[in-house]
Write a protein that binds this ligand. Structure first.
Ligand SMILES: Nc1nc2c(c(=O)[nH]1)N[C@H]1C(S)=C(S)[C@@H](COP(=O)(O)OP(=O)(O)OC[C@H]3O[C@@H](n4cnc5c(=O)[nH]c(N)nc54)[C@H](O)[C@@H]3O)O[C@H]1N2
Ligand SMILES: Nc1nc2c(c(=O)[nH]1)N[C@H]1C(S)=C(S)[C@@H](COP(=O)(O)OP(=O)(O)OC[C@H]3O[C@@H](n4cnc5c(=O)[nH]c(N)nc54)[C@H](O)[C@@H]3O)O[C@H]1N2
Ligand code: SF4
Ligand SMILES: [Mo]
Length: 719
């Protein structure tokens, strides 16, 4: 890692008069990029990439660079507040941390006694490193209900990979795959989960072959050897089409199949239902291109699949994940250098142990909302959001009385936003921890001021699968803001679970590191630590699945009464499944393709980042725009059977004219009324959360494949 006494660093400090530099790593997204934070008189003045960090090699994105504008933002909440007017009135009074935590604790204990701990739902959104602390708190409280985005993001990858091969296989960019298939992912913008776009781009520059599976011609797709622009939501059929080619042309790894696979024969029978010509009809991708892609992927070694969230926000969520793993496995790319690796974390107490999942009593576990309906999700402590809204609004199967959202903005990020609004309006008591009073926080009773990554010590990336751990070092303090870790440690003592917690959170960091025989103070002096790297462990130990094999036929799903083999289901709303609706809503709507400067609902108040994307935009094909009387930059209405919102037209020729791609998570912090325009451009007013439209095992909500219509806002349109 960069030596802080290095000449470049010293010169930077002298020339600009910085008085301190701290090595840390960013967390404005899923995190991980090593940074050097320069301060002057205790204020952050500059953030630069750490050239020697193994994750990002000195590169940073716009969000990382703008972190200080977020931390010092004038609208930032810097002390706890209590609402003094009706919900959504925007009237708040300042209170102390003691008052805030005492009130939350008192409510929790009351609901626990009166209605059971399950009536308290803890919540977060995308993973942010506070998840292990939140689960620990919830499990010791006795509530099985932690609401996350895990039903349709990342959770399915973890759950299905545990069923299939024991852990989540990630791409080994360090050993340069020679073929990369990017599937429903745009990592050069999203830098998601364990990955950054930078090592991917390095592998491409070294000549890796590239296959892109994306309905849109992204920057990645434009560099691809083969681009497969499929009809949104038909990924399972396309994957089966490729598997059909690989099986019938015998392009699979015979030794792997013979020795390490469970369910080969039933799988081969199922594959027969998906010949490329039939798959072409379903997916719009020509059969010949499917064959070419399958052959290229199977013949080039090592090869890997870079998968994304698009395949999970569909009715075929879990099966999509499994089918992509089958492609990895059957081509012999699992756990080989440059392939799809099952890396180990260092020897620490991991997120699962920290989360204390084993300490939730079985009697409470059985009460998990939706656990009977969505068995795969329920078994991995994941719940479908509608189950929570129903429990609040209908009191079914029991009443939920309290919500505690720690880093989430569900009014913008969960499907069927009108229903979310009704639930937040109705719930008895709601607490929120956030940087700002967001549209969701405006509905709360108490809002707590959370610390950003610049304001905390932490062991970074201990949930990730690449096996690196990096120390995050506290650089500044802002007002009375506190990390969620410290906040929950404090609250835990007030609700009677103190014996499972610590006097201060540094002791928890020591506890996490204890198996490695080091303390936080020692780790803090280190650059990073990494788990032992070892390949093809399955050859001696088998896979960590019930059969010890790579399970094509899932014995666990069979046990839970689900289909043990993947299948293709037509999206619940589509030209094929709802032809009548399609007459009125003639476009296929994708939502949520990531934008560089934002992280879901975040950063719309950060000047450098809002400048990149001043307005919500919807991509429309020029032909479609002409037909509908829409010009570049016009405000247009987008409408589904559930609602209507406005965004600006961005004419984009790189997709089928029948597709429309709208941005998600828009609100307008500059609008000073307490709604902050949450219902103007929020695409989740259009998305559906009906149980029947969700993945039957995982409960994933379909937010990528819907039907819509579009029109110019002035109502003139085409005649
Ligand atoms: N239509 C549609 N909807 C989608 C998606 C889509 O593609 N289309 N994508 C979905 C996906 S994949 C996800 S993961 C979800 C994300 O959903 P959310 O996680 O609910 O979305 P965020 O906007 O990231 O909300 C995070 C909030 O937490 C605050 N925050 C950030 N960091 C911290 C922290 O460390 N502590 C605390 N206390 N607060 C913090 C931020 O200020 C912000 O208000 O959205 C989903 N919604
Ligand atoms: N800047 C920024 N970075 C982010 C986030 C953010 O909000 N902003 N969010 C973070 C989170 S929580 C997540 S989950 C990740 C997600 O990161 P990614 O997985 O990269 O997700 P997206 O960019 O939403 O979608 C990737 C691609 O899927 C395509 N797509 C849409 N529908 C389909 C389909 O049916 N099939 C296929 N094969 N492709 C389809 C879209 O055109 C898009 O190009 O990003 C993370 N990183
Ligand atoms: S990709 Fe950007 S936001 Fe994410 S960790 Fe790196 S610099 Fe920070
Ligand atoms: Mo996500």
């Amino acid at each position: 890692m960069t030596d802080l006494t290095h000449a470049n660093v010293k010169r930077e400090m002298e020339v600009y008069g910085y008085d301190r530099v701290v090595r840390s790593h960013c967390r404005m997204c899923h995190g991980g990029c090593g940074v050097l934070v320069y301060t002057r008189k205790g204020r952050v003045e500059k953030i630069a990439g750490d050239p020697d960090c193994p994750i990002n090699h000195g590169t940073l994105c716009s969000k990382g660079l703008a972190s200080a504008q977020l931390a010092y933002h004038p609208d930032r909440l810097t002390h706890p507040v209590r609402r003094i007017g009706p919900k959504g009135s925007g009237r708040w009074e300042r209170i102390s941390w003691d008052q805030a935590l005492d009130t939350i604790a008192e409510r929790m204990l009351r609901y626990k006694t009166d209605c059971g701990a399950e009536s308290i739902v803890m919540g977060y959104g995308t993973g942010r490193e506070n998840e292990a602390v939140i689960y620990r708190f919830a499990n010791y409280l006795g509530t099985p209900n932690v609401l996350t985005a895990g039903h349709f993001c990342y959770g399915p990858r973890i759950a299905t990979s545990i069923l299939t091969c024991g852990t989540n296989p990630i791409v080994d960019y360090e050993n340069h795959p020679r073929c990369i298939m990017v599937w429903g992912n745009n990592l050069v913008i999203s830098n998601p989960d364990c990955y950054k776009g930078e090592p991917f781009s390095v592998s491409l520059n070294r000549g890796a072959k590239l296959i892109a599976v994306d309905p849109r011609l992204t920057r990645i797709a434009s560099r691809a050897d083969i681009w497969l622009p499929l009809r949104p939501g038909t990924d399972a059929a396309l994957a089966y089409g490729m598997l059909h080619v690989i099986v019938t042309e015998k392009l699979y790894d015979h030794a792997f199949v013979e020795n390490h696979v469970h369910g080969w024969e039933p799988f081969c029978r199922r594959v027969q239902a998906y010949p490329p010509e039939k798959v072409e009809e379903i997916t719009w991708v020509p059969a010949e291109k499917i064959r070419q892609a399958a052959r290229l992927f199977a013949a080039t070694k090592p090869a890997a699949i870079q998968w994304g969230v698009a395949i999970e926000q569909q009715v075929n969520c879990a099966d999509n994940d499994r089918l992509l793993m089958f492609l990895m496995g059957l081509t012999g790319n699992i756990d080989v250098p440059g392939g799809q690796v099952l890396f180990r974390t260092p020897r620490i107490r991991n997120v699962g142990q920290f989360g204390a999942h084993r300490d939730l009593p079985e009697s409470q576990r059985r009460k998990r909302l939706g656990g009977d309906r969505f068995r795969l999700a329920g078994n991995f402590a994941i719940i479908n959001p509608k189950c929570v809204w129903d429990a609040i609004l209908e009191e079914e199967p029991y009443p939920v009385k309290m919500l505690f959202f720690i880093s989430s903005n569900p009014l913008l990020t969960r499907a069927n936003a009108r229903e979310v609004y009704r639930a937040l309006e109705r719930v008895d008591f709601m607490a929120v921890s956030d940087f700002f009073i967001t549209p969701t926080a405006e509905m709360a009773d108490i809002v707590l001021p959370a610390a950003t990554w610049l304001e905390m010590d932490y062991i970074g990336d201990f949930w990730k699968r690449h096996g690196y751990l990096l120390p995050r070092r506290k650089v500044i303090e802002v007002g009375e803001c506190r990390s969620d870790h410290e906040m929950l440690n404090d609250l835990a003592h007030r609700v009677g679970q103190g014996k499972h917690w610590w006097d201060n959170f540094e002791q928890a960091l020591d506890w996490i590191l204890e198996p490695m025989g080091i303390t936080w103070q020692e780790f803090e002096q280190m650059d990073y630590v990494r788990g032992e790297v070892e390949y093809q462990k399955y050859k001696t130990r088998g896979f960590s699945t019930p059969t010890g094999k790579f399970e094509l036929y899932s014995t666990m799903l069979e046990k839970w009464g689900c289909d043990p083999l993947p299948t293709y289901r037509e999206p619940p709303e589509s030209p094929v499944s709802t032809p009548e609706l399609f007459k009125d809503y003639p476009y296929i709507l994708i939502t949520g393709a990531r934008q560089p400067g934002f992280f879901h609902t975040e950063n719309r108040q950060v000047p450098w980042l809002r400048e990149l994307h001043p307005d919500p935009e919807v991509q429309i094909h020029p032909e479609t725009a002409r037909r509908e009387g829409i010009r570049e930059g016009d405000w247009v209405t987008i409408e589904s059977p559930r609602g209507r919102v406005r965004q600006r037209a961005w004419l984009f020729a790189g997709m089928d004219p029948r597709i429309v791609s709208a941005q998600h998570a828009w609100w307008f912090p500059e609008k000073r009324d307490p709604g902050h325009g949450w219902a103007e451009s929020n695409i989740n007013l259009l998305t559906d959360n009906a149980y029947e439209s969700c993945d039957p095992a995982m409960g994933a909500t379909s937010v990528r494949t819907l039907l819509c219509r579009i029109a110019p806002e002035d109502g003139k349109g085409a005649s």
